[in-house]
Write a protein that binds this ligand. Structure first.
Ligand code: TA6
Length: 282
């Protein structure tokens, strides 16, 4: 499987599948299966490291959203740091690229706001046989004190039209509706969550075998994950207020984000945690 290293990113190719990951943020910006781009990147996204990428799979760590007890900006610093390319592992069927992050690589102004020692490794595996993509974040506490965190894989999926897009697999799960000011709803009643306006929800403790995104009557992609929470987000027409999103771009993405964000995870010294998702194009 060819691996092409460029100045700012690395691309893995196998048959008709490929994936590109930027070192800035370890943000995966492209996953192509049989000529179809599965991942959305905004038409105004900045890929020069001056801002987290608007699209792709930004990594959220050490916390999701804003946290009252933290001075870190929304979604932490992993997506704003330059990760180091580590080993590339190849088997007959799969290629894995690993990227790593330690505090010394985090922009100083952000690192001082969360002065803990950690080792993070992000592994992206492309299966050349079935085109599946696995993205896995592993975090180890290398400090002498316990610390706590949340984490999420903030995946922007490409869709032909978000107004025809649905998310299946969330039925019955409780959710927090951020658009409704944090309203907690006991159970999702729909078999298919659709988008007809701004949506920003955290589905808690999702135990679906898989979550499936469809559009225009066809299934697009499935997500399997060991992570407990699923965030569904589309900014809708507020896209025009975002500097790095084209006015009409909201029609072409849906964020379905696997994470562990409902409660903080505590890691003791030398303990590790791993969260992943396996994406399959349908
Ligand atoms: O994951 C959903 C969310 O937390 C939304 O609330 C929305 O703000 C989005 O992420 C994008 O956040 P960003 O910091 O990238 O503008």
């Amino acid at each position: 499987m060819p691996v092409t290293r460029a100045e700012k990113n690395v691309t893995i190719t196998h048959g008709s599948s490929s994936a590109t990951i930027y070192f800035f943020g370890a943000t995966l910006t492209s996953w192509i299966v049989d000529g179809r781009e599965m991942i959305f990147v905004s038409s105004k996204a900045l890929l020069d490291g001056s801002k987290a990428v608007r699209g792709g799979i930004p990594l959220v760590f050490p916390h999701f959203g804003t946290v009252e007890t933290s001075r870190l900006p929304q979604h932490g610093f992993a997506r704003n740091s330059v990760w180091e390319l580590g080993p590339v592992t190849e088997t007959a069927e799969e290629t894995t690229v690993a990227l790593s992050l330690t505090p010394g690589q985090v922009p100083f102004a952000l690192a001082t706001l969360w002065p803990k020692k950690f080792q993070a490794t992000y592994s992206v595996t492309l299966n050349g046989r079935d085109g599946k993509l696995r993205t896995s974040l592993q975090v180890t506490n290398t400090d002498s004190e316990p610390w706590e965190f949340t984490a999420l894989l903030h995946t922007y999926f490409a869709t032909p039209d978000v107004r025809t897009t649905g998310v299946q697999g969330l039925t019955g799960f409780p959710f927090t509706d951020k658009v409704a000011g944090g309203l907690r709803v006991e159970a999702e009643t729909r078999d298919r969550v659709t988008i007809a306006g701004e949506v920003d929800r955290i589905y808690h403790g999702v135990k679906s075998e898989e979550v499936v995104i469809d559009a225009e009557g066809k299934n697009l992609v499935s997500i399997r994950t060991n992570l407990p929470d699923i965030v569904v987000w589309n900014i809708w027409t507020k896209a025009k207020d975002m500097a790095d999103m084209g006015d009409e771009d909201y029609k072409h993405y849906i964020c379905v984000e696997a994470g562990s964000v409902s409660k903080f995870i505590t890691l003791k010294p030398q303990e590790s945690w791993e969260g992943h998702q396996i994406l399959a194009s349908l």
